[in-house]
Each structure stands twice: as structure tokens, then as C-alpha cells.
Design a protein around this ligand. Structure first.
Ligand SMILES: [Zn+2]
Length: 140
């Protein structure tokens, strides 16, 4: 459980006083970050990685709208609705592939501020299972 919600994988998250954030790793040798957490650094091949909570806010680096049901192993349920997919640039100089809460292309723009939220992803026999997504961090 993260923030009182069941998730697809609790190891992706860390709870903080300000809410749930993504859990990544920082390389002790070069300072590079990864998400999800990894045991080795893809940048310098170092093997000393420290788990760190990542910033919940970033900017949209690139995006698209998934307008049709993805091929298996997509498990998002049968009631398909288009959703945004994006790459979010975090202050840790890391780009995270993510779902976007916004699916209207007119309301998505490269460089816009976004923040991490937990969203229902699919249902199982116990109810909704959540994953992370990023939503607009501005209300305009
Ligand atoms: Zn490294």
C-alpha cells in the first residue's frame, strides 16, 4: 500500500511527508539517477547505487496520445479510453516514461510543468490497482 492505495508495484514508490514519490537510485560514483531503482549505473557501470526519492515535479519532455488499445501484455482493462503517454524530465536530470492524466492533445505541451500522482490502472478482485502518472501542475 502506498498512500492508502494498492499499486502495481510498491517498490516503485516511497512515501514522504508530502505524499508518494517515485523511488529511484543515485550512483555513488557519477551521481547519475535511474528509475526504476537499479543495482548498477547505466552511465558509468558503477555498482554502488543508493535509493533516493525522486522529485514529484518535473516538466513534460515529449508526449503522445495512445489512441487505440495497446497490444498484449497491456492489462488496462476492457473499457479502453485514449490516454497520454509522456516522457517527464525530472530535476535529477532523469527522464521517466509515464502515463499522463491529460489525454487532450490541445492541453499538452512540451515543457509544461507536471507532477506525479497515483491513478487507478486496472481492477482486480480486491478493487482498483494504482500506478503512477503525471498531471498538469497548473490549472490554466
Ligand atoms: Zn554512475
Amino acid at each position: 500500500m502506498i498512500d492508502g492505495k494498492r499499486t502495481v508495484d510498491d517498490t516503485l514508490f516511497r512515501e514522504t511527508p508530502d505524499g508518494p514519490v517515485l523511488l529511484g537510485t543515485r550512483c555513488d560514483d557519477c551521481g547519475g539517477h535511474t528509475f526504476p531503482a537499479q543495482s548498477g549505473c547505466p552511465r558509468c557501470t558503477g555498482s554502488s547505487m543508493t535509493e533516493v526519492p525522486l522529485s514529484p515535479a518535473g516538466t513534460l519532455w515529449s508526449w503522445t496520445v495512445q489512441g487505440f488499445t495497446p497490444k498484449p501484455p497491456y492489462r488496462g482493462g476492457s473499457a479502453y479510453e485514449p490516454y497520454g503517454v509522456g516522457y517527464v524530465h525530472l530535476p535529477e536530470q532523469l527522464i521517466v516514461e509515464t502515463r499522463l492524466v491529460e489525454s487532450d492533445p490541445a492541453r499538452l505541451a512540451i515543457g509544461m510543468p507536471v507532477r506525479m500522482v497515483l491513478v487507478p490502472f486496472r481492477d482486480d478482485e480486491h478493487g482498483p490497482v494504482h500506478t503512477f502518472a503525471f498531471e498538469r501542475a497548473t490549472d490554466d
